[in-house]
Design a protein around this ligand. Structure first.
Ligand code: GLN
Length: 454
């Protein structure tokens, strides 16, 4: 009730929730009370969570914040949310996001932008919460849920976490089942939590992760007790500092934050080593080929027949065209066009295949670093703090917007785990985050190390 009241009071201003499931929340909470009385409590008993609108939730609106999915209520529950409910968590509602998770500012949602609860000191201007999991990050930051689910294809958990002073982890590809989560780019998409601190993130990920027959890319490895890793020593851990992440024109406060992170880890006994990830500069262009290519294929299913919106036409082809023309927003259309182009005969080899080769090189860079004994890699999470809503320069030039993902997309391309942890404030008083990148399926190392920084 306290959380529902908080949502009622703040959501008009923040636009973090697109659906509030108050009745369901109360029913789930009652069931939780009954289990508590019976002494059969789950790991998340009674914990109220917000769910990104990308996760299929049975009988509840699931629209990926797109007009094309108007009114869609799945008859299934995603594996990740089913895992959370099985552990006793309570669903408060569905959280706003960039349409089909395409964006870095949560301004592409059909339901309008999410407002970052943070503001620059002495300013009344609204800032973006980052994207695409902007609703998740804003809701956690403003205490409109105890934690939230999110997804990350190229940074969508870590960048909004950094912009809102919250913790977000993208686990290793395959750690969480993608079943029942609306697909954007299937070889990159991963679910993970956004939480108030590292401990909450560890507890939530433990519950979300599982192998799943319904997702053959989910991995059959035991899910460790991540919370138990917290408080462990980082003495002797080798932390790599990749020189390629020191970008030209990097703001002084981002570099200062990075140096501060290095100093904290050194003080805690970690060994700091310089490393090279030479293909880093190709990650962003390669990502913006691979991700749209997969998206153009995944989004072919929205045809006005099977889901959501249908705009009548004179015949089926006309209906299909009108539905897609009206149903998809500008950014989604841009991705579908780029994706279709790079996959088309004649361009496939030059763009898509080449991007896949670059992806292999990026992955190899990380493998070489890890094989040389590096346990985790420390970088800034984002190249700046939260920026203004409706920034005209960014709106006019999508490539500038894509630059937000410069520190995060490499991790998805290589399938590695990455965590964003709040590490300080910029001169305007806005949160900044550091990122730790780990070896495959070694999320424990990230939790342990991030806990030293937070
Ligand atoms: N900002 C990136 C994009 O627009 C990443 C999105 C994501 O991780 N879902 O593709």
């Amino acid at each position: 009730d306290a959380y529902l009241a908080a949502i009622e009071a703040a959501n008009k201003a923040l636009n973090a929730y697109v659906t509030v499931t108050g009745d369901k929340a109360r029913d789930m909470a009652k069931a939780s009370d009954a289990r508590r009385a019976a002494g059969t409590v789950g790991a998340l008993e009674g914990i109220p969570l917000g769910i990104k609108d990308l996760f299929g939730t049975e009988g509840e609106h699931t629209q990926a914040c797109s007009h094309v999915l108007d009114g869609f209520k799945p008859r299934y529950e995603s594996t990740v949310t089913a895992n959370l409910w099985a552990d006793g968590a309570v669903m408060l509602g569905k959280l706003n996001m960039d349409e089909f998770a395409m964006g870095s500012s949560n301004e592409t949602s059909y339901y309008g932008p999410v407002i970052n609860p943070w503001r620059a000191e002495g300013s009344n201007s609204d800032l973006v919460p980052g994207g695409s999991s902007g609703g998740s990050a804003a809701a956690v930051s403003a205490m409109l849920c105890a934690g939230a689910t999110a997804t990350d294809t190229g940074g969508s958990i870590r960048q909004p976490a950094a912009f809102t002073g919250t913790v977000g982890i993208k686990p290793t590809y395959g750690r969480c089942s993608r079943w029942g989560v609306v697909a954007f780019a299937s070889s990159l998409d991963q679910a993970g939590p956004i939480a108030r601190d590292v401990r909450d993130a560890a507890i939530l990920l433990k519950s979300m992760a599982s192998v799943d027959d319904k997702d053959t890319t989910s991995v059959d490895l035991p899910v460790p007790d991540y919370e138990a890793a917290l408080g462990g020593s980082v003495r002797g851990l080798k932390i790599g500092i990749p020189r390629e992440y020191r970008m030209d024109g990097m703001p002084a406060e981002i570099d200062a934050l990075w140096q501060q992170g290095i100093a904290w880890l050194k003080d805690a006994g970690a060994e700091i080593v310089d490393i090279e990830l030479p293909h880093t500069k190709y990650a962003l262009p390669a990502y913006y080929i691979v991700a749209p290519a997969e998206a153009s294929s995944n989004l072919a299913r929205y045809d006005g027949v099977r889901y959501g919106l249908r705009v009548p036409g004179k015949d089926i082809a006309d209906m299909y065209e009108k539905t897609r023309a009206e149903g998809f927003g500008q950014e989604v259309k841009r991705r579908i066009m780029i994706g279709t182009y790079v996959l088309s005969a004649g361009y496939y080899d030059a763009y898509y295949l080449r991007a896949q080769k670059v992806r292999t090189l990026i992955k190899r860079d990380f493998e070489l670093a890890f094989n040389a004994g590096v346990d985790a890699i420390l970088t800034p999470a984002t190249p700046s703090s939260a920026f203004a809503i409706g920034d005209e320069e960014l709106a006019a030039d999508p490539v500038k917007m894509y630059l937000n993902d410069v520190f995060t997309v490499t991790v998805n391309m290589a399938g590695l785990p990455g965590i964003a942890v709040p590490a300080g404030l910029d001169p305007k008083g806005l949160p900044l985050g550091l990122q730790l990148i780990g070896r495959p399926f070694e999320e424990e190392t990230l939790f342990k190390t991030a806990h030293v920084i937070e």
